[in-house]
Design a binder for this molecule. Structure first.
Ligand code: CP
Ligand code: NVA
Length: 304
């Protein structure tokens, strides 16, 4: 018995499936949007946290494929008054063809997937951000060719983006070096999973060691949405992460043609210097655009 095609995390899908999704996304990009394969289909999008890129790229993505999107926010839906995720999943499944959820917890994503009879897509949790990684791999490959056997360096917080990079490194078969301060490293269970899968993932406290001769240097905000410390502990996190800022000195240690990537939104002067993110090696605007094309690949796979 096969259930809906959920897109929950990269570690739950095999390499061939992920490559197929990327290929479809790239094909959509090349085709320029003349076809309407999702005519009559609808996507519900639930946002428990703010979003610009994920929201607009999914909405435009399904529109361009001929379908429609409906946005629900907890404050203006019954979710905000205590209706369960399970009941919401059952009801939405009677109206729409897929559900995308950006939520505060992994548990809610899994509860949604368990009770929905339509595909559920992870639009970011506190733990992972798989849709972003599809766009990131697409962007790397557009700029630098196949990512297999290349070296990606992460410098910063071991957050939900770092963890999805770990999943991607294993599934797309590249080397990932994560430079994180000890208290802010990625969860051990993710590293254990990568090791068990034979992945090439290392964690070091030394940003310089991580970026040496890398093909791409990646970072993300120091304080993520919903971090318990978002207000109270931001200063402490900043102190821990200060040595991990991506600046010109750090970029100079990577390969001469290394690109800089960031999922955005960015804080110039914190995790990255303006001279890097706004400089010639930055591909962040292509990366943001590719969210649109990658979402199409994901939607087409889920709704096939
Ligand atoms: N990168 C990303 O997911 O951006 P948003 O939070 O704007 O959706
Ligand atoms: N780590 C960031 C990513 C935003 C797209 C956050 O969760 O806030």
């Amino acid at each position: 018995m096969s259930g809906p095609r959920h897109f929950l995390d990269l570690d739950r899908l095999d390499a061939g499936t992920l490559r197929g999704i990327l290929d479809r996304g790239m094909a959509c990009k090349r085709a320029g949007g003349a076809e309407r394969p999702l005519a009559g289909k609808a996507l519900a999008m639930i946002f428990e946290k703010p979003s610009t890129r994920t929201r607009v790229s999914f909405e435009r993505g399904i529109q361009q494929l001929g379908g429609a999107a409906i946005v629900l926010e907890p404050a203006s839906s019954q979710l905000g008054r205590g209706e369960t995720v399970a009941d919401t999943a059952r009801v939405l499944s009677r109206y729409v063809d897929a559900i995308m959820i950006r939520t505060t917890s992994e548990e809610k994503l899994l509860e949604m997937a368990e009770h929905a009879s339509v595909p559920v897509i992870n639009g970011l949790t506190d733990r992972t951000h798989p849709c972003q990684l599809m766009a990131d791999v697409m962007t790397f490959e557009e700029h630098r060719g196949p990512i297999k056997d290349r070296v990606v360096a992460w410098s910063g917080d071991g957050n939900n983006m770092a963890t999805s990079w770990i999943h991607a490194a294993v599934r797309f078969d590249f080397e990932l070096r994560l430079a994180c301060p000890d208290p802010l490293g990625p969860p051990k269970e993710m590293l254990d999973w990568a090791a068990a899968e034979g992945g090439r993932v290392v964690v070091t406290p030394e940003a310089e060691a991580a970026v040496a001769e890398a093909d791409a240097v990646v970072t993300d905000v120091w304080v993520s949405m919903g971090d318990a410390e978002e207000e109270a502990g931001a200063k402490a996190r900043h102190n821990l992460l200060r040595g991990y800022q991506v600046d010109d000195r750090l970029m100079a240690l990577a390969k001469p043609d290394a690109i800089f990537m960031h999922c955005l939104p960015a804080h110039r002067g914190e995790e990255v210097r303006a001279s890097v993110i706004d400089g010639p090696r930055s591909v962040v605007w292509d990366e943001a655009e590719n969210r649109l094309h990658a979402q199409k690949g994901i939607l087409l796979w889920c709704l096939a």
